[in-house]
Design a protein around this ligand. Structure first.
Ligand code: F6R
Length: 571
């Protein structure tokens, strides 16, 4: 959450150039934004507006905020400045001991102008540089600050940016006459395919020609320059009205690309992962939100072929996981940066478990923490709601289960997906018929239970309608009391599941408006597959389209729903 950018160049660039980079990180948080270049300071609430000015500069820091401490106001927007305005900072993360620090700085006469934890950083450096160099101040900062941070600091009389990192992501995109600092590689993937990632408790001094990294003791360290590959054309919206629908429509292509990679460039890693599953005694998936629903499907598929596994929610991992050196932890994540997962993986490492991740963003923190990692190859996903990344996560899990005997022909998956996309007009009509409802329920059993939860999550986050995804069998143990005449109930029935059909009939008898998604019975939408594995993916895609069209009908901000951010980098 929060996107940060720092640019330092030998040549002039326009403020608009800098804002265009920030715009690429807006999906990380979009409550407010800000800019500083030693002369101009901008702090504003709302989505990023690219200023009209043609003003030039050679150094700037920028921020796109997802509020944690302090409401969404211009004052709380970053950058924050010291009392003397000599120090300006942007921060992603949480300073846990900010209250104590603020207190002691206030006693020394510092005046604060925001309610944020981040402002303390500017005053901290102001105080330190009275007696020390910026480099020494960075060493002290890493020692004395509790919490998580990716921070960029500008000092008015220095021609460099100081960058510090713990847990929140930070990377440099180096090029000949400039260096860009950013929360992730998307910001500069159109300029360079080189990246230097910060590790925890490192800092760097970055000017237009070079960057020097230091460890927590202030000793210079060597860093490796990584080359990354990124499908740049996919981040362009092309002919679609929203990224969400563009990304859903890309699903057949990204599935094909993934399946091909598992037989070619990712073959070795795929085989290593299979060997690890065979060798380790305990398999534990860990994920959050949509990715958790994918991992529940993973558990289902593996159980069907006799491999025991469990799936845990990342934020509760420590409370429910029992791990040792015979365990294999499989984190599933689109961003590869979700803080709850990173914490869970630290716990897994402490307990000597092996880690085999499934992620979308190459070189993300979670990928770098893993013993082996598979890339889901979905390409950049900009809409906050995960769609094509979920499809590819599940496709990888099906490919894994297939190695253990799960029967599925994945070669036909792209055309089966196209057949759901081809029913979009029918789905649009269903969406229209329920778009004014306040509550809805999605029911599933077995493989369609995780799908029910995923469809309900999509409906909540994008359409702003209360939706519950439930096990069909669990409904009569309480929730059925909420079913009234006309309450929409989406029922996901795979392969003549008679119990699921009975649960559907039970709510229909109480007046519910049933929307039946099946592959083997008459229903509102018929999915073209007799395979349970593929049913999971196709039924989810139905839900993605349904959500999109409901939100369109309700005129909602589809790609950037309120209160959310794409990358959840706080606990
Ligand atoms: C919902 C959604 C979220 C993410 C969750 C985990 O559409 O995208 O629920 O799935 O925040 O994020 P990743 O997969 O990046 O770890």
């Amino acid at each position: 959450m929060c996107g940060i950018i720092g640019m330092v160049s030998k040549d002039d660039f326009t403020i608009q150039d800098a804002f265009k980079k920030l715009k690429k990180l807006e999906y990380r948080g979009y409550d407010s934004f800000g800019y500083f270049d030693k002369e101009l300071l901008i702090k504003k609430t709302g989505h990023i507006l690219i200023p009209k000015t043609k003003k030039l500069t050679r150094m700037a820091i920028l921020h796109s905020r997802w509020a944690t401490h302090g409401g969404v106001t211009d004052k709380n927007a970053h950058p924050h400045q010291s009392c003397d305005r000599n120090i300006t900072i942007v921060h992603n993360g949480i300073i846990e001991n900010y209250a104590e620090l603020k207190n002691s700085l206030q006693k020394k006469g510092h005046r604060f102008s925001s309610e944020t934890d981040s402002e303390v950083v500017a005053h901290y450096f102001e105080e330190k540089v009275k007696k020390k160099t910026m480099k020494q101040a960075c060493v002290d900062f890493i020692k004395e600050i509790k919490g998580t941070f990716a921070i960029l600091v500008m000092k008015n009389d220095d021609d460099c940016i100081y960058a510090l990192k713990r847990d929140s992501p930070l990377v440099i995109g180096p090029s000949k006459r400039s260096n860009i600092l950013a929360s992730d590689i998307y910001a500069f993937s159109d300029l360079t395919d080189k990246a230097v990632f910060f590790d925890n408790d490192e800092f760097a001094v970055v000017d237009s020609e070079k960057y020097t990294f230091y460890n927590e003791l202030g000793k210079p360290i060597k860093k490796t320059v990584q080359r990354f590959r990124w499908e740049q054309e996919e981040s362009l919206k092309k002919k679609f009205k929203h990224y969400m629908i563009k990304e859903i429509m890309e699903e057949p292509i990204v599935v094909k690309r993934l399946l091909f990679s598992l037989k070619t460039e990712q073959k070795d890693n795929f085989e290593r992962l299979i060997r690890l599953i065979k060798k380790q005694e305990k398999i534990v998936f860990v994920a959050a939100g949509t990715s958790y629903h994918a991992s529940l499907l993973g558990v289902y598929y593996l159980h069907k072929c006799g491999v025991e596994a469990q799936a845990l929610i990342a934020s509760e991992f420590e409370n429910f996981a029992f791990l040792d050196e015979k365990s294999l932890v499989i984190p599933i994540s689109q961003s590869g940066e979700t803080m709850d997962l990173i914490e869970a993986l630290k716990y897994a490492k402490e307990h000597k478990a092996k880690i085999a991740s499934v992620v979308n963003v190459p070189y993300s923190t979670i990928q770098r923490m893993s013993d082996v990692s598979l890339n889901i190859m979905a390409g950049q996903e900009i809409c906050v709601a995960a769609t094509k990344s979920f499809v590819n996560q599940v496709t990888i899990l099906l490919s894994i289960a297939k190695e253990f005997g799960f029967k599925v022909n994945l070669d036909t998956l792209p055309t089966r997906i196209e057949s759901v996309l081809g029913q979009k007009n029918k789905i649009k009509k269903i969406a229209k018929s329920i778009s004014k409802k306040n509550d809805m329920y999605v029911l599933g059993r077995g493989l369609s239970y995780p799908v029910a939860r995923e469809v309900a999550l999509k409906i909540k986050e994008i359409s702003y309608i209360h939706a519950e995804g439930m096990m069909g069998g669990e409904l009569k143990h309480g929730t059925i009391a909420l079913i009234e005449k006309g309450t929409p109930v989406i029922s996901l029935i795979s392969n003549k599941d008679h119990d699921m059909l009975s649960n559907t009939k039970e709510v229909e008898a109480r007046g519910a408006k049933i929307i039946m998604i099946t592959n083997s019975m008459p229903g509102d939408i018929r999915l073209q597959t007799s395979n349970d594995g593929k049913f999971g993916i196709l039924a989810t895609i139905f839900g993605q389209l349904l959500t999109y069209y409901i939100a369109l009908e309700r005129k909602l901000p589809i790609d950037k729903p309120r209160n959310l951010a794409k990358s959840v980098t706080v606990k």
